[in-house]
Ligand binder design. Sequence first.
Ligand SMILES: [Zn+2]
Length: 163
Amino acid sequence: MENVIEKQVNILENGLDLATIDPRNGPQFSPNLYLFLKKRGPAWAGTCRVYRDADNILRIGLLDDGWLHGAWLMGVLCYGPLERVWAHLPGSLGDLQEITSFWTDYMRIGRCAIDPEHQRSFIGDESRWAVHDDERSCLWCGNAHQKLETWVEEVRHDRWVAA
Ligand SMILES: [Zn+2]
C-alpha cells in the first residue's frame, strides 16, 4: 500500500503522464522513449527531467546532489531500453540547464519538443512531413513549414599530369 501512494506522488512530480506519450497515440511519440521509461519504472519515469549540458547535448535523468543519473536523450530515441543510464560526476557535464517545459511540450507535440528548429531526422520521419512539391509541413506539431533550398557548388580540382 505504501508503495502505491509513493508511486502516485512521484508520477505527479515531473508532470509526465506516461499514457499520454504511448506511441499508439500518434507517430510523434517515440516508441523507444516510451519503452525506455516503462523499463525504468514509474518512480524513475515520474521524476526524470531533461537537461541541456555544456555541449548542448540533451540528457534525461535524475539530478541528485550534483550527480546526474541519466542517459543521452538521442541514444534513448535510437536504442530505447538498451540505452544505458550512467552516474555522471558533479560538474562533469558542465552546467546542466533543465528544460522545465520539456514534458509539457513533449506530451503536446511529441518529438518536435526535442527538435523545435525542425532540423533533425528521427526514426519514423516519413510520418512527420506532408510534402507538396518543394514545400513541406510538420504533421507532428502542425506548426512548422519549410521550403526546399537547392544550390550548386563549384568544385575546383587540380593534379599533376605528364607535360
Ligand atoms: Zn513539428
